[in-house]
Design a protein around this ligand. Structure first.
Ligand SMILES: Cc1cc2nc3c(=O)[nH]c(=O)nc-3n(C[C@H](O)[C@H](O)[C@H](O)COP(=O)(O)O)c2cc1C
Length: 366
């Protein structure tokens, strides 16, 4: 019997809600640098799964974070790690490469009167140490992107009863994660805001839309599948269930919420309507989706040199901070998924979720 023969009769009770011990099959995606404890706890307190992007935090901070989140919610939440945190060449790239890449942004820096970023040697954060800190702190759920977590970590999660979630952008990636024993696969379509988490083939060759990706992954794996990418309203949530998903993961919709880490300029751009998005490697060194603006065009211009992740991210920081202070949204990478035009201003994530949940039920005739 295929997954399609067993649709979830009650959309609120799925393999995902059962496995994670949550009330609604809705995950707030880890929002990388835009994460906040307030948002994560609010979504978990509502009965979804709040996630917190731990990507660049050191082990001591991750330990403290889990304690703080446990104080803010008694419900399950996830902390997300990047299995691969640097691209080839990050450790050997030096001053010459830095200066070459900086040339692309110098006119924008000058225009803003921003200080010229100086080369600093790259200090890697060790994924294994981060994962160990989360395990020892008793994180309720661990989620991963950019790779297959090592066997010892997955074994340890299983031994300690910590469910795991990992992102796949292709059916091949999903199969690898499933075979490795990951409990939940987040099928991440190319509509999604933020980075494309591809790890088998280059992200540019792994761009599949959610509508196409979800049923392919549902058919390919044993684990429950969560649909991620371009889901910003109740119609799309219902569509994800119709495709065989056991839950949805949304990111962009939470960015305008009170308590998210998005700046005022970013929020204003998201809710202004008429936004369209594009992909670039120029913001961080890895392919990511953001609002189509002048910066995206500048960074996609032919002949631009981009440093390996995460060096490009560090190079761009000063430009972003100065553009933000100068209120120049056209020069800021404003992460957003393709369904950004469907998102609304949101004072309270719980109110947003309540509205979505009611709308899902209404559309299902419940
Ligand atoms: C600003 C931003 C940062 C993100 N950072 C992460 C991250 O660190 N780890 C991760 O697994 N997913 C990350 N994502 C992806 C989300 O978890 C989620 O899968 C995605 O936002 C869903 O697509 P949507 O933006 O169209 O809703 C990020 C998304 C955004 C918008």
């Amino acid at each position: 019997m295929s997954h399609l023969d067993k649709p979830h009769r009650n959309w609120r009770r799925t393999r995902l809600t059962h496995l994670l011990g949550i009330d609604y099959p809705i995950i707030q995606g880890p929002l990388g640098g835009f994460r906040t404890e307030t948002l994560t706890a609010a979504v978990s307190n509502f009965g979804g799964l709040g996630s917190y992007g731990g990507l660049n935090l050191d082990p001591a901070r991750l330990t403290a974070l889990v304690g703080e989140l446990k104080a803010a919610t008694s419900k399950p939440f996830a902390v997300n790690l990047w299995v691969s945190m640097e691209d080839a060449g990050a450790r050997t790239s030096g001053v010459a490469e830095f200066e070459q890449a900086r040339r692309a942004i110098e006119p924008m820096l000058r225009e803003l009167g921003a200080a010229t970023p100086e080369y600093k040697p790259y200090v890697p954060v060790k994924f294994e140490d981060q994962a160990q800190a989360l395990l020892d702190a008793g994180v309720p759920v661990m989620s991963f992107i950019f790779g297959v977590p090592p066997r010892e970590i997955l074994d340890e999660c299983r031994r300690r009863g910590i469910p795991t979630i990992a992102a796949a952008t292709t059916p091949d990636e999903a199969k690898l994660l499933d075979d490795a024993g990951v409990d939940v696969i987040a099928a991440s379509g190319f509509e999604a805001g933020g980075h494309k988490g591809s790890f088998l083939a280059p992200a540019e060759d792994s761009l599949t839309g959610t509508m196409s990706l979800v049923p392919q992954i549902v058919d390919a794996v044993r684990a429950p599948v969560v649909a991620a990418g371009g889901i910003s309203d109740a119609r799309q949530i219902n569509a994800a269930f119709a495709l065989g998903a056991s839950g949805v993961q949304m990111g962009t919709i939470f960015l305008p919420c009170a308590g998210s880490g998005a700046t005022d300029l970013h929020r204003a751009a998201l809710v202004a309507g008429g936004v369209h998005t594009g992909l670039s490697k120029g913001f961080t060194g890895r392919l990511a989706r953001a609002i189509h603006n002048r910066l995206l065009d500048e960074m996609n211009a032919p002949g631009i040199d981009v440093l390996p992740y995460p060096l490009q991210r560090a190079l761009m920081r000063n430009l972003a901070d100065t553009a933000n202070a100068a209120k120049r949204p056209e020069l800021i990478a404003m992460w957003a998924g393709q369904s950004a035009p469907l998102v609304r201003a949101c004072e309270d994530p719980a109110v947003l979720l309540q509205r979505l949940v009611a709308e899902v039920a209404r559309l299902r005739g419940e």
